[in-house]
Design a protein around this ligand. Structure first.
Ligand SMILES: Cc1ncc(C[n+]2csc(CCOP(=O)(O)OP(=O)(O)O)c2C)c(N)n1
Ligand SMILES: [Mg+2]
Length: 538
């Protein structure tokens, strides 16, 4: 097939992938791409490079596409690509490159960058340069396959601008993924025998379980096991299921449950530091571990039975071995589930009203995108119920600033439902320009900004451990005026009683709203929140 230029070729590939919206910043080094996408699909001029594309893919369970400029633009995207690599989310990142004739010549060609491919290689799961017009199509498709593979991640393609303008020929391909990875028969039989012996089983679901939701629910029912999740595994089984304990592994009640469990089955989890008290959490020795990534097996917690396989394949193989747990175990799980939620609900004081109001206002399936702020780290990441992993959009690598861009990407991916973003004043300021993307695109998005005049979580740490505060108190804007300047509706929550009305109205409206939570006026949590990290000597 012949295409007039690289932009037309890109549109063809994106259509094969089912992508209707692309995010980026236009440049002399991506002009043919942006023009074709804007003409044929939808181009969203985000004000910062790549967070929105990542969340668009997450919220749809597909791939997101970002277009950036050469050099600084690609470098700006690096933070978001690091996040996508950490999350294993599928991003096709296409950036420019100087004219192929001048590549690597060091002559100061506009946007020329030292070893751009090296930088992209470091922050992507896949990175390649387009060497000539005949190979662009196969490279774009190869990149998409790499991004969509398990565990996936961002795929970056740099494309010299002269080759973007050139006519292209290519052969369409279908995007059928690789055949599923099935567990070995012997390993499966041994793991099945252990599972059949379990009297007090627990299952731990990470993000890798999200591709096997039905199989996981069936195993949960058949065993009566409790389900602990990492943050990434939330919603793999809807969190209102009686056996879902959720993202509460390090609480005293769940630690006690882990101590009494006789078999642990884990599915696609990294056992990240924040979720295992820096890898010190006590876990049952009898451990069946399922992971598609061989490197994950036994990396944190030794696996007595390793199933290197796709989650759905391994769980289907284990299901015939499932037997019900001993009497009382499933009831105890239900009691722990209720207890850990009640304790957290109580500890967060007046913010519980906001958590409850968000859940009450949203339909069952709607995205809640979150920045790294105390309301996320304390209750947004565990108490606010999730029913589908695609709704649970948060920066898994923990970098601040990405929440609003992610929320915009998710809202445009899922226009049929309202989206809520939870952000802090500090994180919002990092990519404040996205307020203008919000004002321009006008998705159904409620941005809830928790304003405490600074980097509250670090301030809490310093107040506890240091003599003085350093770098944590910030000037914040008058959010009412800021919203007005951007042409955004504004509302304020200054007391618990405001939460249901303000959030209800904002979520019900058909466009964006900026909701400010005045934390001084709302009042404190029972205990100042500090993150689960260690400070030597404290
Ligand atoms: C890119 C990046 N820089 C710095 C940090 C450290 N950090 C974590 S949370 C946080 C504070 C964020 O402030 P805000 O959004 O206002 O939330 P709050 O803690 O006040 O609730 C900072 C600076 C980080 N996680 N990521
Ligand atoms: Mg703050």
């Amino acid at each position: 097939m012949r295409h007039d230029n690289g932009g037309d070729l890109l549109v063809t590939v994106l259509r094969e992938l089912g992508i209707d919206t692309v995010f980026g910043i236009v440049s002399v080094h991506n002009l043919p791409l942006v023009e074709a996408v804007d003409r044929e699909l939808r181009f969203v001029p985000v004000r910062h490079e790549a967070s929105a594309a990542d969340a668009y893919g997450r919220a749809r369970g597909t791939l997101g596409c970002a277009l950036t400029s050469t050099g600084t633009g690609a470098g700006n995207a690096a933070g978001s690509l690091i996040e996508a690599l950490s999350a294993g989310s599928s991003v096709l990142h296409i950036t420019g490159q100087v004219e192929s004739e001048f590549l690597g010549s060091g002559r100061g060609f506009i946007h020329e960058t030292k070893d751009q491919l090296g930088m992209l290689t470091a922050v992507s799961a896949y990175a390649r340069s387009v060497p000539d017009a005949a190979r662009a199509g196969s490279i774009l498709r190869e990149a998409a396959r790499a991004a969509l593979a398990s565990p996936g991640g961002p795929a970056s393609v740099e494309w010299p601008i002269d080759l973007q303008y050139a006519a292209q020929t290519d052969e369409p391909e279908d995007h059928a993924g690789p055949a599923p990875l099935t567990p070995g028969a012997e390993e499966l039989a041994a793991a099945g025998a252990l599972l059949a012996s379990a009297r007090r089983p627990l299952i731990w679901a990470g993000g890798g379980a999200n591709t096997a939701r039905g199989e996981l629910a069936a195993l949960l029912e058949a065993t009566g096991a409790g389900l602990i999740t990492s943050n990434s595994g939330r919603g793999s089984v809807p969190e209102d299921h009686e056996q879902v304990i959720g993202n509460f592994a390090t609480t005293p009640a769940v630690r006690a449950l882990l101590a009494d469990a006789d078999v642990l089955l884990t599915i696609g989890t990294h056992f990240r530091s924040n979720e295992t008290a820096d890898y010190t959490l006590g876990l049952p020795g009898a451990h069946i571990q399922i992971d598609v990534d061989a490197a994950s097996i036994g990396r944190v917690h030794p696996a007595t039975h390793a199933l290197h396989a796709d989650a759905a394949e391994a769980l289907t193989g284990l299901l015939p071995h499932a037997v019900p747990a001993e009497p009382g175990w499933t009831d105890r799980i239900g009691a722990v589930r209720t207890e850990v939620r009640a304790i957290l609900h109580d500890n967060i004081g007046p913010q519980a009203a906001i958590c409850d109001a968000i859940r009450a206002a949203l339909p069952r399936e709607a995205v809640v995108a979150r920045d790294v702020t105390i309301p996320s780290s304390s209750w947004g990441n565990r108490l606010l119920e999730m029913y589908d992993p695609r709704d649970n959009v948060f920066p898994r690598g923990g970098g601040i600033g990405q929440g609003l861009g992610m929320g915009i990407g998710a809202a445009l991916a899922r226009p049929d439902a309202p989206t809520v973003v939870i952000a802090g004043d500090g994180g919002l300021a990092v990519h404040l320009g996205e307020l203008l993307t919000l004002a321009q695109e006008r998705p159904r998005l409620t941005l809830i900004v928790f304003n405490d005049g600074g980097y509250g979580v670090l301030r809490n740490m310093q107040d506890r451990h240091s003599e003085r505060r350093s770098g944590v108190d910030l000037t914040t804007p008058d959010f009412a005026l800021l919203a007005q300047a951007c042409g955004l509706p504004y509302a304020r929550i200054g007391a618990e009683e405001d939460a249901a009305r303000v959030i209800g109205e904002a979520v019900a409206s058909d466009g964006p709203t900026l909701v400010e939570v005045d934390l001084d006026s709302l009042g404190p949590m029972k205990n100042p929140f500090t993150p689960p990290v260690r400070i030597p000597g404290q």
